[in-house]
Each structure stands twice: as C-alpha cells, then as structure tokens.
Design a protein around this ligand. Structure first.
Ligand code: C5P
Length: 209
C-alpha cells in the first residue's frame, strides 16, 4: 500500500514548510489542500459570488481545475480569510474530497485541517502541528510583508484568532488532532528542529507499516 503522511494544524503553524521538507526528504509527492480551498474562494470572488453562499462555493469547487491551485495570488491574507469562509460549507468540502483522496491513494504527504480525521483516517503517520498564537501571527506577518502586503501585526493577530475560531468550531470537519496524531508544538523550534522531530516519528512508524 502506498504510504501517506497526514499533516494537520493551525494557520501559520509551520505545517506547510514541514510538508515541503518531508516531501523532499522522503521523495514523496506533496499536496497542500489549503490551496484547493483558496482557489475555490478566489474563483467565487472572481465570478462576483459570495463565499458565505454554499451554492456559489460548491459551483466553484466542482469546476476547479489544477492550474487554478498554482496561482501565486492565492497566497494573500484576503484569500486565506475567504478560504476559511468557503470551507465551512459541506457541499464545498464534499466536492473537494475526490481530488484529495485520489492524490492520497497514490501515496504522498497531504497537508490540511481534516486530513488525519476525515480525508485519510488510515494514514500511516498523522502529525498535528501547532504553535502559540502570537508566534504564528509574527511568522505570518513577516511572510505577508515579504509578499509586499501592507498589513500590521495587530491585523494579522486578529485575523488569526478569527480563522482559528472558524476552523475549530465549524460543524463539518472541524480542525482538531486525530486521536492517533503526534502533536508537535513549533513555538520554540526552527524549521530544522521540527523536521528532525517529524522524521524520527515517521521513520519509527514506517518500520512497523
Ligand atoms: O492552510 P491554508 O491557510 O492555506 O488554508 C486556508 C483555509 O482553508 C483554512 O483556514 C481552512 O479554513 C481551509 N482549509 C480547510 N481544510 C483543509 C485545508 C484548508 O478547511 N484541508
């Protein structure tokens, strides 16, 4: 059976960085599922739709094409917030299931919010990545400034609390660690240290699966 590493976690916890590093280390394909929700939200907005309307979201999710998830405009803070709104709709999530499960069926590293709990409950290894809110906000602030966005740290922190609350309290597939997930708190760790911890966990799991 192809192996799957599921990575879930909070916004700006470092899970994307970890996922890309692990993909390189294990030479496995990598899917950032946040891009699917971001591309869906952007398509709704581009069509003049409403991200709070499940019908608009579902229509965009069903029509999603691969090239849309490669758009650099998906990285903006505004699209991230819109993605967190569009992703509460069950019809949107269901429309994106097949793409994620087809990818996972071939083996790979899948990063998101509900990978270990809903998309790949049988993943060989499940990691749940988190860090203190002020540290995540600082990281995201630096990243957005790097993209040239004119934001303040306070705005980023407020948006982060809003995203955390929406992601964790939605009825459908809320963000939470799977019962068998390994938790990694990256607050005091750099990317090398997080990768080293994850590799220890994964190598141990791969020797028994
Ligand atoms: O990870 P990223 O910040 O790109 O995700 C954007 C938003 O998409 C998240 O805040 C979350 O609401 C949603 N999302 C989701 N399920 C996933 C991945 C992302 O609901 N598997």
């Amino acid at each position: 059976m192809p192996r799957v590493i599921a990575i879930d976690g909070t916004f700006a916890s470092g899970k994307g960085t970890l996922g890309k590093r692990l993909a390189k280390h294990y030479d496995m394909p990598y899917l950032d599922t946040g891009k699917l929700y971001r591309a869906t939200a952007k398509a709704v907005l581009d069509a003049g739709g409403d991200v709070n309307d499940p019908k608009d979201g579902a229509k965009a999710a069903k029509a999603l094409q691969l090239h849309q998830i490669k758009d650099p405009a998906l990285n903006s803070g505004g699209i991230g917030a819109a993605a967190s709104k569009v992703s509460v709709h069950t019809a949107v999530r269901v429309a994106l299931y097949d793409f994620q499960r087809d990818f996972a069926a071939k083996g790979g590293i899948v990063d998101g919010r509900d990978i270990g709990t809903v998309i790949c409950p049988d993943a060989n290894v499940k990691l749940y990545i988190d860090a203190k809110a002020d540290i995540r906000a600082r990281r995201r602030y630096d990243e957005l400034r790097g993209y040239g966005e004119d934001v303040t740290y306070e705005d980023v922190l407020a948006a982060l609390h809003e995203r955390d609350t929406r992601d964790k309290t939605r009825a459908e597939a809320p963000l939470k660690p799977a019962n068998d997930a390994h938790l990694i708190d990256t607050s005091a760790l750099d990317a090398d240290a997080v990768e080293a911890i994850a590799i220890r966990i994964i190598d141990a799991a791969f020797t028994v699966s």
